[in-house]
Design a protein around this ligand. Structure first.
Ligand SMILES: [Zn+2]
Length: 188
């Protein structure tokens, strides 16, 4: 999967309310304004958003996010059901068949963008990319979805500097506490 496509996909999956690298990310689906700002900031013309399309966006994000190991979402949503609501067609792009939004020329439609995201998700699921997607193990604050490029697929944190370090400090403090408690119990 090409990097720009991967970024587009991750960008959609990661636009929910959480912290990443110490910065809070707002949920782009929270309102019509935030949704329009999200897509406009990614090179899409200002999209017309009606309530129903925002609902489709939510269900698409939930259905996709729930298929990622470590996701905060408990149950997979109805991906096929959402897919039925999004207009996809097959197009030949750079000599290869790709799924694109059915009215991809009319980029002012939110559903065309969502269909493009869905097409990229299908592509990722068939070319092996999806199997390497993970949600950051910092479930309380982060849940950032990333591509694990490590050879043995052992990466669990979005960033070792932020979430990885925080977890190490927490584990260290917990061990210290446990050691103190043991000492206290032994002294009694
Ligand atoms: Zn993280």
């Amino acid at each position: 999967m090409r990097d720009p496509d991967l970024h587009l996909l991750l960008d959609f999956l990661n636009a929910h309310h959480h912290a990443h690298d110490g910065v809070w990310v707002d949920d782009c689906l929270a309102s019509e304004q935030t949704l329009r700002a999200h897509f406009a900031g990614r090179g899409w013309p200002d999209v017309a958003v009606h309530g129903a399309a925002r609902g489709v966006a939510y269900r698409l994000r939930n259905a996709l996010s729930a298929r990622i190991p470590g996701s905060y979402l408990p149950a997979p949503g109805d991906l096929d059901g959402v897919a039925r609501e999004l207009p996809l067609r097959v197009a030949s792009i750079e000599g290869a068949p790709r799924l694109v939004g059915a009215d991809a020329d009319a980029t002012d439609s939110l559903c065309a963008h969502l269909a493009r995201v869905l097409g990229l998700a299908y592509e990722a699921m068939t070319d092996g990319t999806w199997a390497r997607l993970k949600a950051c193990r910092n479930q309380d604050d982060c849940q950032w979805v990333f591509l694990d490029r490590s050879k043995n697929r052992s990466r669990v944190w979005c960033s070792m500097e932020t979430c990885g370090t925080t977890a190490k400090v927490r584990a260290y403090r917990a061990r210290q506490r446990a050691a103190r408690d043991d000492l206290g119990a032994a002294a009694k």
